[in-house]
Design a protein around this ligand. Structure first.
Ligand code: AMP
Length: 361
C-alpha cells in the first residue's frame, strides 16, 4: 500500500517513520526539493497548482493524506479522483478559514472566543465598539505559529494592526486571559471508532509552541471528558478520518476552543515515546481502515521544540529518558529544526530530566 502525503515537512517524515513497520510505502508532494520527508521517501516536487505534477503524484497512490494545513483546497479536491483522501477535504476547508472554524465550534456548542469577521476599517471599529479591548486581530487564512495576528490592547494597537494586516480577510476575536493552554489529540477510524490521548499542557512563545507536558498536570476527569465530547462532536460532524487536534484555552476551569488542526500535531510529538501508540501510527491506522492503537501513556513525558538552533546531541542523549529528533533542516531563526522528548515514570523525575535538558540548550 502506498500512501501519498501532501506536504513533505517533519510531520510527513514522522508519518513515514511510523508507517514503515506496518509495511506501508510513501510518496510525498512538496514545492521545496529540500523537504525533510524527501530524505526518507520519494518526493514529487511541484507547485500545488501544477496539475501534471499532482497527476503524477496521485496516480501511484492507494490513499492520500496531508500533513500541511495550508495545502490549497483545490489540489486536495483534485486528488480525490486518484485515491480516497483522508481526512475529508471538507475538514481541511473548515480548518483553513478561522471564521468557518469558529462558526463550526459555535454551531456545535463548543465554547470559543467571541468573534466577528472584519473586511474594512469601519467593520474593525464596529467590532471594537461591540466587544471592547483587549482583543486579537487575525488573518482568516494562512496563519500559523502566531503569524498573521496582533493583540489589540489600545486604540493605537488597533490602528497599527489594521495597517499591518489589511488586505486579507480578517477575524476579530475576544482576548481570553487564559490560565493555560491545553490541547487534545484525537483519532477517528473509517468505521467511526475513536480514541483520545490525554489533554496536554502547551507553552507558546511568540505564537510558536515551545514545550508540551503530557499528561497536563491537574486535569480533572470532567475536563478530559468535556474535551473528548467536543472532539467527538467535531469528528462526527465532519465525518472525520485520521488524527484531529484542537487547541484550547483553559479559563475559569472551562475549555475554550482556539483552533483545530486536521492532521498530526506538534503537541502530539511526545506520543512517539510517551504513549503506547504514537499519533503518527494512529493516523495511519485510521486512514488505512486498521484497528486504532491504545492511546494510554507510558509514564510522564515532556517535549521541547528545537527552534533556530540544535544542541550537541551527546549532551542531550546523556540525560536518561531523553530522545532526540532532528528533522534534517537547514538552521534558520524561528525554524522548527527538531524536538526532544523526555520520558520518566513519574512527574518529579521528569522535571529533573527536563531541567538537565534545559541546561544543554
Ligand atoms: P493561534 O495562531 O490562533 O494558535 O494563536 C497563537 C497563540 O496566540 C495562541 O497559542 C495563544 O497563546 C495566543 N492567542 C491566540 N488567540 C488568542 C485569544 N483569543 N486570546 C488570547 N490569546 C490568544
Amino acid at each position: 500500500m502506498r500512501i501519498g502525503v501532501l506536504g513533505g515537512g517533519q510531520l510527513g517524515r514522522m508519518l513515514a517513520l511510523a508507517g514503515y513497520p506496518l509495511g506501508l510505502r510513501f510518496r510525498f508532494f512538496d514545492p521545496h526539493p529540500e523537504s525533510p520527508a524527501g530524505h526518507l521517501a520519494e518526493l514529487v516536487t511541484g507547485a500545488y497548482d501544477d496539475v501534471d505534477a499532482l497527476a503524477y503524484f496521485g496516480a501511484g497512490c492507494d490513499l492520500i493524506t496531508y500533513e500541511f494545513e495550508n495545502v490549497p483546497f483545490d489540489a486536495v479536491q483534485y486528488l480525490t479522483r486518484y485515491a480516497p483522501v483522508y481526512p475529508p477535504p471538507e475538514a481541511l476547508a473548515v480548518a483553513q478559514d478561522r471564521l468557518r472554524e469558529k462558526e463550526t465550534f459555535t454551531r456545535l456548542g463548543i465554547p470559543t472566543p467571541v468573534f466577528d469577521p472584519v473586511d474594512s476599517r469601519v467593520e474593525l471599529n464596529h467590532a471594537v465598539e461591540r466587544f471592547g479591548l483587549p482583543a486579537v486581530l487575525k488573518t482568516r487564512r494562512f496563519g500559523y505559529d502566531g503569524k498573521g495576528q496582533q493583540v489589540l490592547r489600545t486604540r493605537a494597537d488597533v490602528a497599527a494592526a489594521w495597517e499591518a494586516l489589511q488586505g486579507s480577510p480578517l477575524l476579530f476575536e475576544g482576548f481570553i486571559p487564559f490560565e493555560r493552554e491545553l490541547s487534545l489529540v484525537a483519532v477517528r477510524g473509517r468505521e467511526g471508532q475513536t480514541a483520545f490521548y490525554p489533554l496536554v499542557e502547551n507553552w507558546h512563545e511568540q505564537g510558536i509552541l515551545r514545550r508540551t507536558l503530557a499528561p497536563a498536570p491537574q486535569v480533572a476527569p470532567e475536563l478530559q471528558q468535556e474535551a473528548e465530547r467536543h472532539l467527538t462532536l467535531l469528528m462526527e460532524t465532519l465525518n472525520y478520518v485520521g488524527v484531529l487536534t484542537v487547541e484550547f484555552f483553559q479559563h475559569e476551569g472551562r475549555l475554550i476552543a482556539n483552533e483545530m488542526a486536521p492532521r498530526v500535531h506538534n503537541s502530539g510529538h511526545w506520543t512517539i515515546e510517551g504513549a503506547v501508540t504514537s499519533q503518527f501510527e494512529n493516523h495511519l491506522r485510521a486512514i488505512c481502515g486498521l484497528p486504532l492503537g491504545v492511546t494510554a501513556t507510558r509514564g510522564s513525558a515532556g517535549m521541547i521544540n528545537l527552534i533556530g538552533t540544535t544542541p550537541a546531541p551527546e549532551k542531550v542523549l546523556e540525560v536518561p529518558g531523553a530522545h532526540l529528533h532532528l528533522y534534517g533542516k537547514q538552521p534558520r531563526a524561528g525554524r522548527k529544526l527538531g524536538h526532544i522528548t523526555v520520558v520518566a515514570s513519574d512527574p518529579r523525575t521528569l522535571e529533573e530530566r527536563l531541567q538537565a535538558i534545559q541546561a544543554c540548550l
